[in-house]
Design a binder for this molecule. Sequence first.
Ligand code: CDP
Ligand code: MG
Length: 696
Amino acid sequence: MSQFWKPGTEKPRLVDDEEGGVLFLSASASSSSSSRFGYASVEKQRQRLPVYKYRTAILYLVETHATTIIVGETGSGKTTQIPQYLKEAGWADGGRLIACTQPRRLAVQAVAARVAEEMGVKLGEEVGYTIRFEDLMNPGTTMIKFLTDGVLLREMMDDPLLTKYSVIMVDEAHERSISTDILLGLLKKIQRRRSDLRLIISSATIEAKSMSTFFQIRRRSLEAAESGPRMEPAILSVEGRGFNVQIHFVEEPVQDYIRSTVSTVLSIHDQEPMGDILVFLTGQDDIDASIQLLNEEAQSNGKNSSGLIVLPLYSGLPRAEQELIFSPTPRGKRKVVISTNIAETSLTLEGIVYVVDSGFSKQRFYNPISDIENLVVAPISKASARQRAGRAGRVRPGKCYRLYTEEYFVNEMSAEGIPEMQRSNLVSCVIQLKALGIDNILGFDWPASPSPEAMIRALEILYSLGVLDDDAKLTSPAGFQVAEIPLEPMVSKMIISSSELGCSEEIITIAATLSVQSIWVPGRGVKKDMDEAKLRFAASEGDHVTFLNVYKGFLQSGKSSQWCHKNYLNYQAMKKVIEIREQLRRITQRLGIVLKSCERDMQVVRKAVTAGFFANACRLEAFTHNGMYKTVRGSQEVYIHPSSVLFRVNPKWIIYHSLVSTDRQYMRNVISIDPSWLMEAAPHFYQHHRHNATAH
Ligand code: CDP
Ligand code: MG
């Protein structure tokens, strides 16, 4: 292990040999004009972070304990510094890797870029990252790897003990994402087999005690007790250095949080001293809507909003736009970042002095009785509200404007959020565990147990998909193939069926398109033009077939950005579709799936979709005349989303891809089907419901 620097002592500008002169002298560092700091200040900045004082302690604990739990306020340097400390201390020597997981893709990219910049190396070399469908690392040189927790789970399918890694830091553990929870359960198992592996569980606000209890591992043999690290987890809390944040509540509940957001931002800009504003909304749609509204207000009231730089922040934002978020605000300007939950703890933005908190976020909810999962705009917890407010006190005392009443905060807001595991459909989770050879899923050691009903539902659907057999084991080859494809099992099943139906070329295009957020430009310009543009591609069969038309057009245009612009298509999203499709092509070929096109026969495409998504079948309730559908399985009321090409067309039988819930349950991406295909695709799933699944 290398020597540690003493806290508080300034590090020499040119680093000593042992730390590797490469760190700051590499060509990429000195020639990088976009770098936000010269190399003198890199070290100073690093040393100013709260975790720096604990560098020695952290390295000591990791050395001596199998698990170290680190709690520290957002922005204290956990994510960007700890992996570097570990590397400096030799944990990446001998070709081993240091992993740091994040629940969010965008955070993975942003943090990896930042660490590479601090180390003065090119991203993808010493510091790399992997997110689904994007791998930027070099197996020969990468020492620190950032990745989503989902990707690390997938890696376990090839390497169950994760032998490449010396230390795995599970970051943002307080988010309790479903993948984080599965990962924690599995890592606990791995620890029993690998005494050389070290875990770091880090987060902003975790219940350190309960996490520590979860990781208590009893020594089983005397022999093991004599060597290796201590098995009881160490807990370290890093004191923050946040400034005071003044909280303002609204007097009366707000009717429209987007409008209130915009007027709050404008009045801060009007009345408060300089300092950037961070706004928390729920998703791309309301972020875009609020930006549009801000621009409109700006036009009608020019003086009021001059000097504002308004930037969106949500997952799926292209890398170039991410850079703007992190770059310093020009003098005399005020940056307004309108973000999803991602800026709550995953990313730290410098210069924020004002926070506007809508009080909502988009959350996944699953009801095992109706078998419906959707994304709902739901109230946040008190813990989240405190985190959000904390973002205002990074650089100097700040202010937080909550768009809800104090009475509501005190009496109605729940203290903590519910772990995602307990509000999700578990189909993906179950198949992943099965693929890792975990047979007794109900008996698995979870940090938070999922509901038995949800578990049983998941098993039932996987059985109907032909992925699990009567003994709840993966079927061969279908089950293993489905598990191998890094997509939701229903999408994977659709791909596998398309091979038999002779339409795999088309289906992988559809699967790739369904993997990006939306290929359409959100609400830009006149709505009517956009609808007309959509009509040019619209297929009477539904959205999935429409995607095929768009894809064809994009290829014919020579993948032109102008063509996308003209047709209200998101060029970045289309490029992503091409990229993902290429990866799916490779994966399916590896699985021995023959790629074949059905040319114009869209019936087989619809059958393939049915083979994967039969559980999402719905029938029009014609007598209501308002476009109401009911799900075949659970008789739930649902409607076609206005963005669908089948909106107002209302075919009798359809299958949807996903649901979003606002005032109603809306189906996004729908395709018309013939009900007889349901019985063909999943006889056991529909046999008790035959009376429903016959055309009236
Ligand atoms: O993980 P934690 O919230 O404890 O902090 P961090 O993400 O490691 O951030 C440490 C510092 O790096 C903060 O001062 C951030 O502002 C800065 N940072 C940055 O400027 N750009 C990034 N992309 C990430 C972090
Ligand atoms: Mg962090």
